[in-house]
Design a protein around this ligand. Structure first.
Ligand SMILES: [Zn+2]
Length: 259
């Protein structure tokens, strides 16, 4: 089986001791490409280093994560935009960006403004948007609505209801849902949501490594080599051969990220 992990943070310190082995296992498991969303300013260097070490395999994104806003995010946003504006830059998407009100909603308005600003980069530089949304469904829809016909991207780690899935896919025709380890959890409602409301061609797969490892690795560090466990579960959910599912995911991903 071949796959692309569309959302993996393998540049974080969780992988410092054995990153070579993690990459080796990923390639052995069938990973053809790994897409790396940025988090903050400190993550840019390590992320770019890995992408240089694995040309044609690891591709970076550029963006500021909603839980990582400095006290004044705007100077950093200007520096990030300069990276996206540079000729021949390596970035395949704007991300990881979005709204996260789960632990802390005290900067809600600022999160929304920063998200909107970065969504406009995606339009300006013709890149897909890698969206993080937690406890923020309505704000997410409202913020992106004026750009719905021009934007493409991924609602990463989708974990909402069937109604929310349908609303996102109907409202934003250029978007797909990012599905990862949560699909395999024993009490997950996601299989039923996908089966009832999400066509297979509106899905891409991801790890969100080091987080959210699929069963039977739940609670451990996640890594790209575990993606086939998610694809196996998708094959079960959609009652299709695994190879067909893997091919559909691959086609959707390549078209989305232009890789
Ligand atoms: Zn992430």
């Amino acid at each position: 089986m071949q796959f692309i992990d569309t959302h993996t943070h393998i540049y974080t310190e969780e992988f410092d001791d054995d990153r070579l082995m993690v990459m080796e296992r990923a390639l052995q498991a069938g990973a053809r490409m790994l897409l790396l969303p940025n988090i903050d300013e400190a993550s840019i260097g390590p992320m770019l280093q890995i992408c240089q070490n694995y040309p044609g395999v690891c591709f970076p994104m550029m963006g500021l994560h909603p839980t990582e806003l400095p006290s004044d995010p705007w100077p950093l946003l200007d520096r990030m935009e300069q990276l996206l504006a540079a000729p021949n830059n390596p970035y395949v998407a704007v991300g990881e960006v979005g709204i996260d009100l789960y632990w802390d909603d005290s900067r809600r308005n600022e999160q929304i403004a920063v998200f909107k600003h970065q969504a406009q980069w995606a339009m300006r530089y013709h890149l897909p948007l890698m969206v993080h949304s937690r406890a923020a469904h309505r704000d997410l829809v409202d913020t992106l609505l004026p750009m719905k016909d021009e934007l493409t991207g991924v609602f990463h780690c989708f974990g909402g209801t069937a109604e929310e899935a349908r609303e996102l896919l109907d409202t934003f025709p250029g978007f797909v849902l990012g599905i990862g380890g949560v699909l395999t959890f024993k009490k997950s409602k996601l299989p039923a949501v996908l089966r009832s409301s999400v066509p297979l061609n509106r899905i891409v797969v991801e790890t969100d490594a080091p987080y959210l490892a699929p069963t039977p690795h739940r609670g451990q560090r996640n890594e790209p080599a575990f993606v086939p466990l998610v694809i196996d579960k998708l094959a079960e959910v959609y009652e299709l051969p695994v190879d067909n599912v893997a091919q559909t995911l691959m086609d959707t991903t390549k078209a989305m990220f232009n890789i």
